[in-house]
Design a protein around this ligand. Structure first.
Ligand code: FES
Length: 117
């Protein structure tokens, strides 16, 4: 178990980045994407079973919105050229995209979903 002195500390940027309320867990249907705009960031919130994830709502190959993509087997397929991104990690699983999509931290506090952006 990590103690207070040896556990990783959040960076100054992470501590200063605000959390935004985006709804209740039930607002996010399993296997679908929900687009939100937070602090100037276009973000797509996904539910995979009990887990919530947030990715930049922009494919790293082009300008397509991943919130308009098809979700299957833990991945979202870009609607433009069909790159596949792992929703939990943002890592591309299939080209033509080669760069990971930015991930945003997600938490549930007092029954509300919050995304840090
Ligand atoms: S814009 Fe997404 S794969 Fe080309």
């Amino acid at each position: 178990m990590a103690c207070r002195n040896c556990s990783p500390r959040p960076s100054e940027e992470a501590r200063m980045t605000p959390w935004h309320d985006v709804g209740e867990p039930g607002d996010f249907p399993d296997g679908a994407a929900w687009p939100v705009r937070l602090n100037g960031h276009e973000v797509a919130v996904f539910r995979l079973g009990d887990a919530l994830h947030a990715l930049a709502d922009r494919c790293t190959h082009g300008m397509a919105r991943l919130s308009e993509g098809y979700v299957e087997d833990g991945c979202v397929e870009c609607p433009l050229h069909q790159a596949l991104f792992d929703i939990a990690t943002g890592v591309p699983r299939c080209g033509p995209a080669t760069e990971a999509v930015r991930r945003f931290p997600v938490r549930v506090v007092a029954g509300r979903v919050e995304v840090q952006a």
